[in-house]
Write a protein that binds this ligand. Structure first.
Ligand code: SAM
Length: 268
């Protein structure tokens, strides 16, 4: 079967099934098989790996993942693609589930996959309008995903891999590691978006501490306020908590380290 991720094949499929890219679902289809192969090659996906994919679209990434991975389970919200899957993704190790990824019980699916596969990855060219919600879901639901290899807008990727701090990035720092893998030019999508994209890898070594996340959200509620002013909205003894942790009450949350927040959480 030829690669879906080329400009002529993508145009052929869209034409044949009378499909257009819907903005409301963040649809930009990959049309460069080299980029798709690079994603798969740089991330050690093999037959011992099961992959969960968000948004297969017309299957550019799904098809190539299916060649390398033991199993691929892809979640697609747009049912118009069903006939495309019947024709192009009719492989035993590829399963497509229609529905909103954010509403799926990914934790149970990963648990089952772990019986048969050594690793479970999430790989996706993410719909940009729910990038954060998807990452949050995987981390906060403690889904036991080993790695997320995801395409996001380049600007988002740069921010996520910089020194910038927010509750979600501090949670990732606590349980794993985030890496910028490579930039993807906007010209390899149909339709071409306005901005370039990038592939990032988030390794997840263990489950997340939800108490820490609660404290982080309180501490970052208003970024411009001091840590004391944020914390005292929820804790009357905020002053004492910070003094017990040896933290300067005049600092803002972005000036504190992960270990400071862990210390605050322990004391609370
Ligand atoms: N993977 C394809 C590719 O790389 O060519 C398509 C990627 S496109 C950027 C995003 C895909 O996510 C679209 O197919 C879109 O319909 C799908 N999608 C959008 N929102 C979704 C949701 N909530 N749950 C599942 N899929 C979603």
């Amino acid at each position: 079967m030829k690669d879906i991720a080329t400009s002529p094949t993508t145009k052929y499929i869209l034409d044949k099934y009378n499909l257009n890219a819907l903005k409301k679902y963040g649809q930009n289809f990959l049309i460069d098989a080299n980029v798709v192969n690079k994603i798969v090659n740089q991330t050690h996906i093999d037959k011992n790996t099961a992959v969960i994919e968000v948004g297969p679209g017309i299957g550019a990434l799904t098809q190539i993942l299916g060649r390398s991975a033991g199993k691929v389970i892809s979640f697609e919200i747009d049912e118009r693609f069903e006939p495309v899957y019947k024709e192009f993704l009719n492989e035993d190790n590829i399963e497509i589930i229609f529905g909103d990824f954010l509403k799926q019980d990914i934790k149970s699916i990963v648990e089952e996959l772990k019986d048969d596969y050594r690793r479970v990855y999430l790989v996706a060219n993410l719909p940009y309008y729910i990038t954060t919600a998807i990452i949050e879901k995987i981390i906060l639901d403690n889904c036991q995903i080993d790695e997320m290899i995801i395409m996001v807008q380049k600007e988002v990727a740069l921010k996520m891999t910089s020194d910038y701090k927010n509750p979600l990035l501090l949670m990732i720092e606590d349980i794993g590691k985030i890496e910028y893998l490579f930039t993807v030019n906007k010209s390899v999508f149909l339709p071409a978006p306005h901005v370039d994209s990038a592939i990032i890898k988030i390794r997840l070594d263990r489950g997340s501490d939800l108490k820490l996340y609660k404290v982080l959200n309180i501490c970052f509620k208003q970024r411009r306020k001091t840590i004391l002013n944020n914390l005292k909205q929820d804790y009357n003894n905020a002053n004492e908590i910070l003094i017990a942790c040896g933290i300067d009450i005049k600092k803002r949350s972005e000036e504190l380290s992960l270990s400071d927040f862990k210390h605050i959480t322990d004391i609370i």
